[in-house]
Design a protein around this ligand. Structure first.
Ligand code: ADP
Ligand code: MG
Length: 358
């Protein structure tokens, strides 16, 4: 596709990044790449994105600072639009000269985004001629801007999205065994939802974070006030006694909650990494933002850095934020911008945002 053609492109990228380490974030680099790819002197670009999981308007999750970071990195003013008066926005875009780049405020401030509202998609569609989805990390979700919008105007996926699909499918077509899958973090239903598909492919599934807590709970362990998901308990029932699924044998506790895996679990998990032919990792092992609960995550990454033989795949916003201060991964590692999306795609399930385009 040529982008040099007097059209207005709606471009979805992923700016769900903590400002603190935005500059060396994989997602930020991917966003810059997408914008450079699409934006030309003879067209206009309207960037669509989100940040966090706001319940309505929440100034802490505004994309205003992202516009500043993007402007600086692109050496080009990215015009931030801080309201959702769509008639006014359409007028502003129409009256602007070619070559301009706009960024809309966090779309998740509008309840219709997460609910895949057709009306919201219609309002968005009126802002441009074509839609390019280059936001792989959100592609496992049905949102207005990635699932309904592409049904309304000519749409395609962007360069980063394509690259992710190519790399991930290459690695999973014929993975070297043993395949070790490591799942941690907090978004339990996203992460445990893939278990039924992965259970055949993976040789071992090592759990940390809230997915581990949920499994431990299902296995009858007293987990105190640990973060877990009641709704997922029924869904994971068939796997509770599956020998491939490994839960921590010890842990670190804070405020009566499990907040990191313990030393014996670290020993077991790092040994599995050492023996692996393929490692797929999404989700920190603990509440890594607090130094005292970052030990498990750090130890796993250290074992991954020492593993020169296996193919390694690491993904997820928080996972990447946790490991990025600890050094660059080796050539045998592919870093995916997606967490839940990566797991969904690798498990063989469909990505709704991709299906909506095809
Ligand atoms: P990713 O973005 O890599 O896909 P998630 O968003 O699912 O990962 O989860 C990251 C979050 O999980 C972090 O904020 C971390 O503090 C939290 N977390 C990990 N383990 C625990 C735990 N045991 N209890 C509470 N929170 C946890
Ligand atoms: Mg996250």
């Amino acid at each position: 596709m040529f982008y040099n053609d007097h059209m207005t492109y709606l471009l979805r990228v992923n700016l769900d990044i903590n400002d603190k380490n935005i500059a060396d974030s994989v997602r930020f680099k991917a966003a810059l790449n997408s914008i450079r790819f699409v934006s030309k002197a003879n067209n206009k670009v309207v960037i669509l994105s989100h940040k966090g999981r706001p319940q309505g308007v929440d100034s802490r999750l505004s994309l205003k600072s992202s516009a500043t970071f993007l402007s600086k990195a692109l050496r080009k003013n990215v015009i931030f639009i801080n309201h959702f008066d769509f008639a006014k926005i359409a007028k502003q875009i129409k009256q602007s000269p070619n070559g301009k780049v706009f960024l809309l405020e966090n779309l998740r401030f509008i309840p219709g985004e997460a609910k895949a509202s057709k009306n919201l998609a219609k309002s968005l569609a009126k802002l441009g001629d074509r839609f390019i989805n280059d936001d792989f990390p959100t592609s496992h979700r049905k949102n207005a801007s990635n699932f309904e919008l592409p049904k309304l105007i000519p749409s395609s996926i962007g360069p980063n999205f394509k690259m992710e699909l190519r790399q991930l499918s290459k690695l999973m077509a014929n993975p070297r065994k043993p395949l070790v899958l490591i799942i941690g973090g907090a978004k339990i239903s996203d992460k445990l939802g893939v278990l039924k598909n992965f259970i055949r492919k993976a040789d071992n599934i090592l759990l940390g974070g809230a997915p581990a807590n949920t499994l431990l709970k299902a296995r009858g362990v007293n987990i105190g006030k640990s973060l877990y998901d009641k709704k997922v308990l029924a869904q994971i029932k068939p796997f509770v006694n599956n020998e491939k699924i490994v839960t921590p044998m010890d842990w670190k506790i804070g405020n009566n909650a499990i907040l990191d895996i313990g030393p014996h679990s670290i020993g077991l998990y790092t040994a599995a990494i050492k023996e692996a032919g393929t490692v797929v990792w999404n989700g920190p092992m603990g509440k890594f933002e607090h130094k005292s609960f970052s030990t498990g995550t750090k130890a796993l990454y250290k074992a991954i850095l020492a593993q020169k033989r296996a193919n390694i795949l690491i993904g997820g916003g928080d996972t990447l934020a946790a490991i990025s201060p600890l050094g660059k991964p080796g050539k045998n590692t592919f870093v995916s911008s997606g967490g839940g999306a990566m797991l969904t795609y690798l498990s063989g399930e469909k990505l709704p945002a991709l299906d909506a385009i095809r």
